[in-house]
Design a protein around this ligand. Sequence first.
Ligand code: NAD
Length: 375
Amino acid sequence: MQIFFPTEEEAETRVSVLPETVKKFTEIGIDIKVEAGIGKKLHLSDLLYRETGAEIVKDRKNFLSSSDIICRINKPPKEEIAFLKKEAIHISFLDPFNEIQLVQEFANFSVSSISMELIPRITRAQKMDALSSQANLGGYAAVIEASKYLRKSFPMMMTAAGTISPSRVFVIGVGVAGLQAIATAKRLGARVEAFDTRPVVEEQVKSLGARFVHIDIGNTEETDQGYAKELSKDQVRLQQEGMKKICSQADVVITTAQVFGRPAPRIVTEDMLSEMKPGSVVLDMAVSSGGNVEGSMVNETIERNGVTIIGLSNLPGEVAMDASLVYGSNLFNLIDEYWDPENKNFNFDLGDEILSGCVVTHLGKVVNKAIKDKI
Ligand code: NAD
């Protein structure tokens, strides 16, 4: 069985596989081809990849056509799907709820596509969960990025010249990214507050030494996978009213709120921004899925009345070496789970709970229930 790792698009700083992950694949008997220059952005030479058992190839089209599995980080260019051989497996983030045409194209060319976003949240699949591995590093990078724009230090300092007060950080949305943002801001010495619509996270917030902000917005629900459900208009209004004062006192606001399969909720309004202190910083981690912050723009940093609004779409890419390591491990763990060493193939069983959750197309059809409902 042959797996091909093509290089990513120009803007991507992460790499789908590191040499140490290539080694894991070759050790279980899988033939690995990587496109020449794959590790260049991380200063990893082709030689390093060759030393761990990969073959370096230049003819991308040829290896897209001859490989059994193609692995990437980002969705493929649509025109490349036609090159893949029938029944090949394509594994990457796909943004399948918004990329229905791309999904349809996979089905048209009878390619089995696996969407890394759809790996189910069950214990057996934790080692493959790329949304979490990337969100965790994204949460860390969010605090570091915000600190670059803040003209204050994070910790309290008692010096001979006077006392410097700690920065106040408000984290909205306490999933994987939010928890890491809280932990990072705490480690830097900030005074941290956080809010989430799921009351179950209060204990986790407290265990990190931060304060959970209580806002009474009535009943909220979560899915069986632990994702938040969308709020009603009235609940959003109550939430915004409850947060206005906290935002106005904050030096840094980090928003991470997402609703699975839906656009991100709009939480921080123009009105709330206008009450914030000049010099404060807002980082919108949901900028690419609709944005939690009014006016935030993808990959732009803008200023409104002295408030800096950061909209970076690829925060894990700011710590690309670690993000590449854990993403490659997620891919390896997924493939290893279904690797049949005797027959040297990938056991494609749609009755399996993980595969039935993350396989989007198979044998010329869209087979994923959540995506089928969208079409
Ligand atoms: P996510 O990225 O979907 O959303 C981020 C956070 O935003 C969530 O905590 C959500 O409740 C919150 N949110 C949504 N609307 C909001 C609003 N209007 N205001 C404030 N916050 C809002 O979430 P996630 O990081 O994927 O995590 C969701 C849950 O799943 C977490 O509890 C996490 O610990 C859990 N999880 C479980 C597993 C597992 O394998 N069992 C794996 C990963 C995550």
